[in-house]
Design a protein around this ligand. Structure first.
Ligand code: OKP
Ligand code: ZN
Length: 344
């Protein structure tokens, strides 16, 4: 399987995140992608290639132009005040507060365009998120050029980012950008399967009213897990999209026996939908030793996960999302890819 990777992700390195009431070093760190790349090399998964530049057009097919302009200028506006540390949002427009007037000041804009504080913006963030989207688009291009599958080693991740807001370490929604590009290049139906531990709220929201992109997500129950405010079972899609959104909220402690039941159900729904291609939001924070998650999957379970996805027999684009047990992230992510290839 071909891997697309860019070193540009190193340009995005947040310092700290607020977790459990204290500032801790960011869990979403450059070493995550380095470890996955190292594992790809070690097992000889296949060639590794650099991304090509696709420009902003495919990004703007998914994201709001004002949001993209905000991301492009956020660091210069923040640092113009003399601040050299990470930009972070601190105030949000919840119930009853107004969003019909956009703030003019960068501190207000950071809250206007985010839903949490897990999104540090640094001097290199813009270039890193552009490259991460280019990684997904290049991997998609290679998939269409006759590959059965390809691996977009994206960092930063993307599935929490909606059309016009960032959050949960995510800025551009790489999987959504790739799915939209698939549609724009002729695929009639695309399924996005999100196996990250956290609900892919951004991806769901982008395609919620559409029947041409089905979204399925297995994740920690939002009653007791981040992102808390989306991802319940009773979110079936709306309008034309009714029946094309499927959430599988699972309890803390979920192990492979329980997980695979939900995954098989999701795979059956994908088979019935008969998509032209599948985009997998590949987070491996379902791992038993993940520092911020509560599922119990083991290293070898990821091989089985890849086999189940591979048996669908569809062109499949894997897009890297979360996974914070850094010593095991490469093993687990590449196990999914190896399991997929074992049945391909
Ligand atoms: C990004 B991705 C845990 C706090 C969670 C944000 C998590 C973002 C996960 N107690 N903070 O889905 O892996
Ligand atoms: Zn996650």
């Amino acid at each position: 399987m071909l891997t697309i990777y860019s070193d540009d992700h190193h340009l995005h390195h947040g310092t700290a995140e607020l977790i459990d009431g204290t500032l801790k070093p960011c869990f979403e760190m450059p070493r995550r992608a380095d470890m996955v790349l190292e594992r790809v090399r070690k097992v000889g998964l296949g060639d590794i290639a650099a991304p090509r530049e696709f420009g902003l057009d495919p990004v703007l097919r998914v994201h709001d132009a004002g949001y993209v302009a905000f991301l492009e200028t956020a660091w210069s506006r923040w640092s113009a005040d003399g601040r050299s540390h990470d930009a972070l949002p601190l105030v949000w427009p919840v119930r009853g507060l107004r969003t019909d007037r956009k703030p003019q000041d960068i501190d207000g804009l950071l809250g206007y365009y985010s839903f949490d504080a897990g999104v540090p913006i640094t001097a290199g963030t813009w270039q890193a998120i552009r490259s991460s989207a280019n990684v997904a688009l290049t991997a998609l291009d290679e998939l269409l050029r006759s590959q059965r599958s390809s691996f977009a080693l994206c960092r930063p991740p993307g599935h929490h980012a909606a059309a016009d807001y960032m959050g949960g370490y995510c800025y551009f929604n790489n999987a959504a950008i790739a799915a939209q590009a698939l549609r724009d290049q002729g695929a009639a139906r695309v399924a996005i399967l999100d196996v990250d531990y956290h609900h892919g709220n951004g991806t769901q929201s982008i395609f919620y009213q559409r029947a041409d992109v089905m979204f399925l997500s297995l994740h920690g129950d939002p009653l007791v897990e981040y992102p808390y405010f989306l991802g319940h079972a009773d979110e079936p899609g709306a309008g034309e999209g009714l029946g094309y959104n499927h959430n599988y909220p699972l309890p803390h402690g979920t192990d492979w026996a329980r997980y695979q039941q939900a995954l098989q159900d999701a795979c059956q729904r994908i088979a019935d939908y008969a998509p032209d291609a599948i985009v997998v939001s590949l987070g491996v924070d379902t791992f038993e030793h993940d520092p911020i998650s509560r599922f119990k999957l083991k290293n070898d379970d990821y091989l089985r996960m890849g086999e189940l996805i591979g048996r669908l027999g569809k062109p499949t684009l894997f897009v890297m999302e979360g996974g914070y047990a850094v010593e095991d992230i490469g093993i687990n992510a590449v196990n999914v890819l190896s399991g997929f290839e074992s049945v391909a």
